[in-house]
Design a protein around this ligand. Structure first.
Ligand code: CAA
Length: 387
């Protein structure tokens, strides 16, 4: 199936591309150095409707489809991957989860501040001892009258310091494995909810990654998302969408690296001619653009399946797996094409290379994506036809 974008999707792509290249890109390198959270960019992005992209208009959102969202995210990631991950977690994991699982009261209370960018969203499932295996988490939530008391530590939380609202998972019944996990919406400033250490990272430096500590944190029972025991399924559903977001982010960074490599290869002369004339480099560039296109088609295809209301878990994992591994190959080649200059901070490729490294790790490692894909492939419902 070839993919043809609609007029509306093309309009969104152009609008976000112009904004990203004029506003977000010029400060990306400095932001990487200063590690400053892109608050100003995010508030401008909210004005363009980018912080509640799939939220219905009655809650202040733009209500566009996933394909449009993916186009927008690619453009932001092209300019600044750190800004893109904040946008991705906020839209795919936080807003969408509340749209899908929230009660009317929860939607009224939470979606508008998220969609208008007044509040940034975070998602907290990972713990020091529970990453790939979230069923092994030990954070607990005990019912106490019309409250829950939450205790535990979450780790590697994107936007942990800057988020005003966090979806967290905790065990409400330790005996029940995944069916004993519940999800809650926790607001900044709730008593007993503290932000812990901020990680010093290799890349995505302007996006904060922190611990979250819950020390007898009293959360009103109305903060429970879905029913008690729904938390694991809510988290897995959220991650299906999140993984499409990471695939889009990977494509944006890979495209930026490819464009940088093409410009450099045309400009840089060695042995009396531009290095773009050498077959060794031409073949590298040809492989890079081919892989980016493959990842783009996979991501569009998973997004379109989601937009049709079909189950898309396997396609999301395949897109995330392929795109995140692709961007690591593409950024490595882009750096190689730049030679010694690629290793310096004078050119952006070293940042692309560092930023991309986590894409095969967060929102499920490549190994976890292969587990998900193999489970679907070997299950009863796999038909293997193009749809
Ligand atoms: N959608 C809905 N339900 C799902 C589902 C999905 N995608 N995947 C699983 N489920 C359901 C199953 O149907 C099953 O339900 P029943 O009991 O009713 O049958 C239940 O969940 C358990 O499923 P599994 O037995 O397959 O679960 P598992 O324990 O074997 O784990 C896993 C599966 C795929 C390995 C999962 O644990 C996983 O995805 N791990 C990786 C976690 C991850 O991605 N962490 C990243 C955190 S977010 C982040 O990175 C931070 C950030 O801010 C960027």
């Amino acid at each position: 199936m070839t993919f043809k974008l609609t007029e509306e999707q093309l309009m969104i792509q152009t609008m976000v591309r112009d904004f990203a290249r004029e506003v977000v890109l010029p400060t990306a390198m400095e932001r990487d150095r200063s590690k400053e959270f892109p608050a100003e960019n995010l508030s401008q992005m909210a004005e363009l409707g980018l912080m509640g992209m799939m939220v219905p208009p009655e809650y202040g959102g733009a209500a566009v489809d996933t394909v449009s969202y993916v186009l927008a995210l690619q453009e932001i990631a092209y300019a600044c991957a750190a800004t893109a991950v904040v946008m991705s977690v906020h839209n795919s994991i936080v807003c969408e989860t509340i749209v899908r699982f929230g009660t009317e009261e929860q939607k009224q209370a939470y979606l508008k501040p998220l969609a208008t960018g007044e509040v940034i969203g975070a998602f907290a499932m990972t713990e020091p001892q529970a990453g790939s295996d979230p069923v092994g988490q030990s954070t607990s939530a005990e019912r106490d009258g019309d409250h829950y008391i939450i205790n535990g530590t979450k780790r590697f939380i994107t936007s942990g310091k800057n988020a005003g609202l966090t979806i967290i998972t905790a065990k409400t019944d330790k005996a029940k494995r995944h069916k004993g996990i519940s999800a809650f919406v926790v607001r900044k400033g709730m008593p007993g909810f503290l932000v812990g250490k901020t990680e010093e990272k290799m890349g995505l430096c302007a996006s904060d990654t922190t611990d979250m500590i819950f020390d007898n944190c009293r959360v009103p029972a109305e903060c429970l998302l879905g029913q008690e025991g729904d938390g694991f399924k809510i988290a897995m559903t959220a991650l299906d969408s999140g993984r499409i977001g990471i695939a889009a982010q990977s494509i944006g960074v890979a495209q930026a690296a490819l464009n940088a490599a093409v410009s450099y290869a045309k400009e840089r002369e060695q042995f009396g001619q531009p290095i773009s004339k050498f077959q060794g480099l031409r073949w590298m560039l040809a492989d890079m653009v081919t892989e980016i296109e493959a990842a783009r088609q996979m991501t569009f295809s998973a997004s379109a399946k989601k937009d049709r209301g079909e189950k898309y878990t396997m396609e999301a994992s395949m897109a995330k797996l392929f795109a995140s591994e692709m961007v690591n190959r593409v950024t490595a080649k882009a750096l190689q094409i730049h030679g010694g200059y690629g290793y310096t901070k004078e050119y952006p490729v070293e940042r692309y290379y560092r930023d991309a490294r986590v894409f095969t790790i967060y929102e499920g490692t490549s190994e976890i994506q292969r587990v998900v894909i193999a489970n679907h492939l070997l299950g009863d419902r796999y038909v293997g036809t193009l749809r």
